[in-house]
Design a binder for this molecule. Sequence first.
Ligand code: ITT
Length: 194
Amino acid sequence: MNKLIFATNNQHKVDEIKSVIGNLFEVISLKEAGIDIEIPEPFNTLEENAVTKSETIYKLTGENCFSEDTGLEVKALNGEPGVKSARFAGDTRDFTGNLEKVLLKMKGETNRTARFRTVVSLILNGEKYQFEGICEGRITEKAEGISGFGYDPIFIPNGAAETFGNMSLAEKNNYSHRKKATEQLLDFLSRYGK
Ligand code: ITT
């Protein structure tokens, strides 16, 4: 039970989640497990895509595992890019193209409210569990900073003056959707079986 495979191909997510879990559990990325597959994310909700990712790896390995699906939900864009966050500007999954598309669609828009939402899907001893983490904030007028990944340079979390792109990983963790979802996962794991 101490070992968990993290069903992701995104190394930034691995770094962020390992920074929260520390050595409480051994988190093994797909790369570290020697698994090289692209897991499809065909659904219209973060919840369904997250479950698909964890189920795929559970069927393959029979090991306890978890996955997460994250979306940037922009109010003035009716929740877009949302579940399409990875491929907003096309199938090349280009981080810069994606954030430029958001900035373009938000040009002149005064309501810049947005949030990141992370859904974690855990499969533990064959049972499925789900956790959620939300970070409210706003979209900037232009990209700022080079830290993090994805939409980090265009998102300022509530209570901060800088974008995630201008924060260290530790600073991002003070606000992060992923940190909040991972804390719920940790809380569940620490109580499991007691
Ligand atoms: P998986 O292998 O885990 O599926 P992925 O990169 O495809 O990795 P998602 O399907 O969850 O991940 O796609 C979400 C996209 O949203 C991701 O590629 C980033 O562009 C963006 N994103 C996710 N979390 C983010 C964060 O904390 N900060 C900025 N952008 C983020």
